[in-house]
Design a protein around this ligand. Structure first.
Ligand code: CP
Length: 317
């Protein structure tokens, strides 16, 4: 297996099957620290830089919390407007990371331009972790989802997935790439104008992903072991910031997971994932049903980032 030390985490297209399991094993080892709310000194001499050109609650803070749990330091920015990249200069990715690489030992970047973290990785001498790039990918989120499934179900192979939402989403791309490494048939349900592009379908077909598309969650939910939901009412991910203006509309029933739907149609032991934030696609009364695992995902999001940071910094092998 390739070493993770010094490696960029840019895409799940790069991940081999045994590498997923290695990351899960490290996460499981580090999990007691997060569960017991303890900090260790594993990365006492290391610093994480967060470079966020787009808003985030979970991804940035989970990376920061992970670094703190491992005894490291954190610096960075949560709004590029307060840097030279977001003012008159519009400073380039190259010039920015040629600075940031001296401020820390690993950089996690979120950007509104697809491929920006890849551009950063070309220039930085320290590992770059992709925290979401435009419509591109969100590898650490899907690693968190896979880890959640692995912990809850004890396996990935043989589980049937249902993915609901906007298939242009970066999470959906990482999901499809990641599932190519497992025996996991998946059904995608999305509005027609948010469906998987023909180009992307051709690509995942080449990797032998067993997938189909359906119009309504009711057509696919009965078979699903894992239900992963994303909004269909959401901002434009190619903008640095997309404020809500006026009425944004409601989620049509085709793309909504209600308590009644789960009670009447879902498998009794299916699990429901959502990376969050949500709109109305999962109403709040689903939160306390036995299907929901998104709060568990929130916890696992810290654990997964602990594992990734420790691995790319060579503290765990
Ligand atoms: N799941 C996720 O990426 O959330 P944030 O946008 O809050 O980071």
């Amino acid at each position: 297996m390739r070493s993770f030390a010094g490696r960029d985490i840019l895409s799940l297209k790069d991940f081999e099957r045994n590498e997923f399991f290695r990351v899960f094993e490290i996460a499981e080892k580090l999990e007691p620290l997060a569960r017991d709310r303890r900090n260790s000194d594993l990365l006492r001499h290391k610093t994480l830089v967060t470079a966020f050109y787009q808003p985030s609650t979970r991804t940035r803070l989970a990376h920061e919390a992970a670094m703190i749990r491992l005894g490291g330091q954190v610096t960075g920015f949560a709004d590029a407007k307060m840097t030279r990249a977001g003012d008159f200069y519009q400073e380039s990715i190259k010039d920015t990371v040629k600075m940031l690489e001296f401020y820390g030992d690993v950089i996690v970047m979120r950007h509104f331009q697809q491929g920006a973290p890849h551009e950063a990785a070309k220039w930085a001498s320290v590992p770059i972790i992709n925290g979401g790039d435009g419509w591109g990918e969100h590898p650490t989120q899907i690693l968190t989802d896979f880890y959640t499934v692995w912990r809850e179900k004890g396996r990935l192979d043989g589980l049937k997935w249902l993915a609901v939402g906007d298939m242009r989403m970066r999470t959906m791309h990482s999901l499809a790439y990641g599932l190519t490494q497992f025996d996991c048939p998946i059904t995608f349900v999305s509005p027609p104008d948010m469906s998987l592009s023909d180009e992307f379908k051709a690509e995942i077909s080449q990797y032998s992903l067993d997938f189909r598309e359906a119009d309504h969650v009711e057509q696919a939910i009965a078979d699903a072991d894992v239900i992963l939901v994303e909004p269909v009412v959401q901002p434009d991910y190619t903008k640095s910031r997309d404020e809500r203006s006026g009425d944004v509309g409601m989620t049509p029933a085709n793309y909504k997971i209600t308590r009644e739907l789960l009670q009447t149609k879902a498998k009794s032991d299916a699990i429901l994932l959502h990376s969050l934030p949500r709109m109305d696609e999962i109403p709040a009364d689903v939160d306390i049903t036995r299907w929901s695992r998104y709060w568990q995902e929130a916890f696992n999001g810290v654990v997964m980032r602990m594992a990734l940071i420790a691995l790319v910094l060579g503290a765990m092998e």
